[in-house]
Design a protein around this ligand. Structure first.
Ligand code: DHB
Ligand code: MG
Length: 217
């Protein structure tokens, strides 16, 4: 078992279960061309968001961390033409790239991009949201989880990205603020009675990582 083998198997899964998708591939090309980091969810991760949104019948989705809009397109498609996605992006340059890709994907009418830091934008939003995808600065995970609970309702699905971090989460002596923020978020999901949560580690094209999946009780 090697990272190359995980990636090859992940490519097989994506080829088999996701397939060729010109709008999503164009969004990744635009993101790369603009020099944004290639830290969007993997294709199977995007499809996980879509399947969870559809399973839960989500119509109003909140995303924290738009980046180039790859996961946003997945979520916007999943909510259907009567649904909506509010997505928060701290970097105006990222938001411009995302806006163009989301519009080109044909789902621009259901996506509202709010530019600003999560801590600033979240208090201005009106819930309830049926699904919240948290994929932004890991240092703020507990703040974002708190807002997800406040802006959610009983049954709201929360997906928290990047909970594996190459296994660093068990290194209690880590000084990496992303590792600390990730671990704090996981502890909150375990301890805070507002949540019923689990987490799955993943390996694949994005290395060794994972997602936490929680329900607002
Ligand atoms: C990082 C952030 C992400 O959202 C991701 O999917 C991978 C890595 C990061 O900040 O390191
Ligand atoms: Mg992520």
């Amino acid at each position: 078992s090697t990272p190359a083998a995980w990636a090859a198997a992940d490519v097989f899964l994506a080829d088999t279960l996701v397939g060729h998708d010109p709008a999503l591939e164009a969004a990744l090309d635009a993101q790369r061309a603009a020099g944004l980091p290639e830290i969007e969810v993997a294709p199977v991760g995007g499809k996980l968001l879509s399947v969870l949104a559809r399973m839960s019948g989500a119509r109003r989705v909140l995303e924290i961390g738009t980046l180039g809009g790859y996961s946003t397109i997945w979520l916007a498609r999943a909510v259907g033409p009567e649904g909506s996605v509010v997505t928060i992006e701290a970097e105006a340059d990222n938001a411009a790239v995302a806006r163009a890709s989301i519009d080109a994907a044909g789902v621009g009418d259901r996506v509202d991009i709010r530019i600003g830091r999560g801590e600033q934008v979240l208090p201005t939003l009106e819930g309830p949201f049926d699904l919240v995808f948290i994929d932004a600065d890991k240092e703020s995970n507990t703040i974002y989880l708190d807002w997800a609970a406040r802006l959610g309702h009983s049954g709201t699905v929360i997906v928290l990205d990047n909970i594996g971090r190459e296994g660093e989460i068990v290194r209690e002596d880590s000084t990496d603020s992303k590792v600390i923020g990730t671990r704090d978020g996981l502890r909150m999901l375990g301890e805070d009675p507002r949540f019923d949560a689990t987490a799955l580690q993943t390996v694949g094209v994005k290395g060794w990582d994972g997602v936490a999946i929680a329900l607002v009780v």
